[in-house]
Design a binder for this molecule. Structure first.
Ligand code: PLP
Length: 424
């Protein structure tokens, strides 16, 4: 498609957008600076609130008042099974079989639970590979897992860094590094999308390369769930975890997801932290000694479902299931490409681009985020656009992250954002 830098063109794209109506499903906050509805581009940090959350929440509050403990089985959405309302939809969202997914805990907690099972270092095979610029929580998690097993993180944690003068990792370099560390590699644990650069990784190729050298392969899908088309089962990924408050719009600190490939289901000797909610459901309340695991990922559950922490996810996942990731991704590609086109069109008097986008131009290597390098401008540029009513995200040392989110952002939003950028 040939794009145009005009309001009329942006509005034409909106009028052709089959998902445009979903914008109305969300509350848009006002900018604290203009007092008017913000141009919201931070769905990669905290997604907007679906309006239907209130209604879903009232159901659980009313049923708690009405039933007390009996609500576990007699509420309209019986709490005993609450996590199961997600199973089918979460499986579709990440490309898994239903038994391979479970919603529980928070992201970093799930990452640790997965590493208890899938980081099983030996004297010879003890390394964990992560991105050099991984989200801090992931860095702390892997380093502490290495220490837990008596290894020095300096030696055990291998970081992937871009080549000199480049911002993102070359796909072939990732695969080469995996091969290089070979039989010393116990686990490859990367983000599906790097939170800083917005680079999406080829999870299929990375999983294959990891398995070739005998390592487990897991992904942190914090920035990939609800953003990319995922096929975790077919790709053969060993485990994955994701939060639901970013692209999945399920509210601050909301429940997270975990995927465990079916090949690890039902293994008796797998190391795992266990609790009563992972125990075979039929006999759970017999309260007997000796752990009998649930089939699949639910065996990793520890505690009973935190229902109020899950309500917003129920509301949001219903929306995602209605829209479907295929349609969402199609709009996302177009929306991000339009933003990229407009930003790249901003040139100075010498014809040089005023802003450098460090997110890959290749659509297969990105989702709904562009990271704009702000070298010479520093944080001044960010403060300027914030005062003009944009909610975006500043990351040290020098990147502005913007996420045109296909579920609720419009082409007009994107156009207006770039107009403000241009006015700097
Ligand atoms: C957002 C994010 C987190 C946050 O972890 P919580 O446990 O949900 O607080 C962790 N890792 C990555 C890669 C993230 O993007």
């Amino acid at each position: 498609m040939t794009f145009e830098n005009t309001l009329a063109f942006a509005q034409k794209l909106d009028s052709e957008d089959k998902l445009a109506k979903y914008r109305n499903e969300f509350h848009f906050p006002n900018s604290m600076h203009t007092g008017k509805p913000a141009l919201y581009f931070t769905g990669n940090s905290l997604g907007l609130m679906p309006k239907r959350v209130k209604e879903y929440m009232d159901i659980e509050l009313d049923d708690w008042a009405k039933f007390g403990v009996e609500g576990h089985f007699h509420a309209r959405n019986p709490w005993f099974h609450y996590h199961k309302f997600f199973t089918e939809k979460a499986a579709r969202l990440v490309g898994a079989k239903p038994a391979e997914v479970v919603m529980m805990n928070n992201l970093t907690v799930n990452l640790h639970l997965m590493m208890v099972s899938f980081y099983r270092p030996t004297e010879k095979r003890f390394k964990i590979m992560i991105e050099g610029c991984a989200f801090p929580s992931d860095q702390y998690a892997v380093a502490s897992q290495a220490r837990l097993h008596g290894f020095n993180p300096e030696k055990a944690v291998i970081e992937l860094v871009p080549r000199e003068g480049e911002h993102t990792l070359r796909p072939e370099d990732i695969l080469a590094k995996i091969e290089e560390h070979g039989d010393e590699l116990a686990l490859v644990m990367l983000g599906g999308v790097n939170y800083y650069t917005g680079q999406a990784f080829d999870m299929k190729a990375i999983t294959e390369a990891g398995h070739v050298v005998g390592a487990f392969v897991g992904f942190d899908l914090a920035h990939a769930a609800g953003n990319l088309l995922l096929k975790l089962h077919d790709w053969g990924v060993d485990f994955a975890v994701w939060c639901t408050y970013k692209y999945l719009n399920s509210g601050p600190g909301s429940v997270s997801g975990a995927f465990v490939h079916e090949r690890h289901s039902g293994l008796k000797d797998i190391p795992r932290f266990e609790g009563w909610w992972g125990y075979d459901e039929e006999n759970r309340f017999k309260m007997t000694k000796g752990f009998v695991p649930m089939e699949g990922a639910p065996a990793w559950q520890l505690s009973n479902a935190p229902v109020f922490n899950m309500v917003a996810h129920k509301a949001s996942l219903d929306l995602f299931d209605e829209v479907g990731m295929q349609a969402l991704r199609a709009k996302s590609d177009l929306l991000t490409a339009y933003m990229e086109f407009l930003i790249n069109g901003l040139v100075d008097e010498n014809g040089n681009k005023r802003f450098e986008i460090i997110t890959p131009a290749d659509q297969k290597q990105r989702g709904a985020q562009l990271s704009i390098l702000s070298l010479s401008e520093g944080k001044k540029l960010f403060d300027f656009i914030t005062e003009k009513g944009i909610i975006a995200d500043w990351r040290n040392p020098n990147v502005i992250r913007v996420a045109p989110v296909p579920m609720y952002n419009s082409f007009k939003d994107v156009y207006e954002f770039v107009q403000i950028l241009d006015s700097y």
